[in-house]
Design a protein around this ligand. Sequence first.
Ligand code: NAP
Length: 341
Amino acid sequence: MTNINQQIILAKRPEGMPDQNTFKFVEKDVDNLEEGHILIKTLYVSVDPYMRGRMEDTESYVEPYQLNKVIDGGSIGEVVESKSDDFKQGDIVIGVWGWQTYYIANEKGVRKIDPSLAPITTHLGILGMTGLTAYFGLLDIGQPKEGETVVISGAAGAVGSVVGQIAKIKGARVVGIAGSDEKIAFLKDELSFDEGINYRTTQDLEADLKVACPHGVDVYFDNVGGKISDAVMTYLNRYARIPVCGAISAYNLNEVDMGPRVQTTLIKKSALMQGFTVGNYSERFNEGAQQLGAWLKDGKLKYRETIIKGFENIPTAFMNLFEGKNIGKLLVQVANREYSQ
Ligand code: NAP
C-alpha cells in the first residue's frame, strides 16, 4: 500500500502576523525506498519563532523558505522501513525535514536518538536547539557570576526557562519577564526564579524592575526586544552583558521598530550587547548537550513542554507562539510510535 505524505507548504509570504492563508496543505505519494535510505514517519515537529523570519524573502543567517515548498525545521520520527544497515525499523531519529508526515532520508540526513536517556521530545527542546541556545548565549556572552542579577525576557518560553535555571546554577539572582500570571507562577514556584514580572498586567514595568532588581542588572538575556528591552536597559550596571537572542516583538511588524537609541547607555555603562545565533556554536554542541543532559539527570534543570496534537494544527501552533500560548517548548505531536515504546 502506498503511504500518503501530507505536507504543509508556504503558500504566500505573510505581511504582518501569518494566518491560515499563509500555509497550504498538500498530499503526495511517498516514493519507493532505494538502497541506503530509510522511510521515517514523523512523530513530533518543532514550531519556532525563527521560522517567521524565514517566511520573508530577505537575506539572513538561514535561507528563506521557498514558496510552495515544505516548511522545514526540526522534527523527530520513527523509522518505519529501512534499506540501510545503519538503521532498523523502530529507531527514533531527529533531523530537519519539517512539516510533513513522512520523510525519506539517506544515512547521513538524520541522527539516531536514544529514547532510554530522556523523553524523545527533549531533543527538540531542552537537550536540543533551544537548550543549546540558552546554554551558549548565557554562558558565552552573558557570563553570569555569583550574586549578579540576570534578567530574562520571554522567560517562560523554551529558551528563557532554561536560561534562568542555568543562571541559578551559576549562583545569580534571576528575574523573569513573561506574559501571564500562570507563567510567573511557573517561573517562581517550579523553576525557583527569584522574581517574575507579568509585562501584560504591570502598570509600570520600569518601576517593577526597580523593585525586582535592587542592585541593578548585570546580564539581560533578551528574547523579545521592543519596549520590554527599553525598560530593562534603564537599569544596566557597569559592565553589563546583553546576549541578544531574539526580538519576537518585532517579527510581525511591517515597519522599522524604533525605540530609544542604545549607544549612550552602552557607553555610560561600558556594557556589551551582542547578537548571536546558536549555529555560531555548532562545534561545541556536544559539550553543551552533555552538560544540559547531566544537569537534567541530576534534577538541576526542569522543563515544561506545550504539546499540541494533530498535523492539521501545526499552523495554529506556530501562530500561538506570537500570542504567548505556550509554556516551555512548543511542539506538535503528529503521530504515535508504532514499533518502539
Ligand atoms: P518561546 O519563548 O517558547 O515562545 C515565544 C514566546 O514569546 C511566547 O510564548 C510569548 O510569551 C513571547 N512573545 C510573543 N510575542 C511577544 C511580544 N510581542 N512581546 C513579548 N513577548 C512575546 O520561543 P523560543 O523558541 O524560546 O524563542 C525565544 C526567542 O529566542 C525568540 O525571539 C526566538 O526567535 C529566539 N531564538 C533565538 C535563537 C538564536 O540562535 N539566536 C535560537 C532559538 C530561539 P509571553 O506570554 O511571555 O509573551
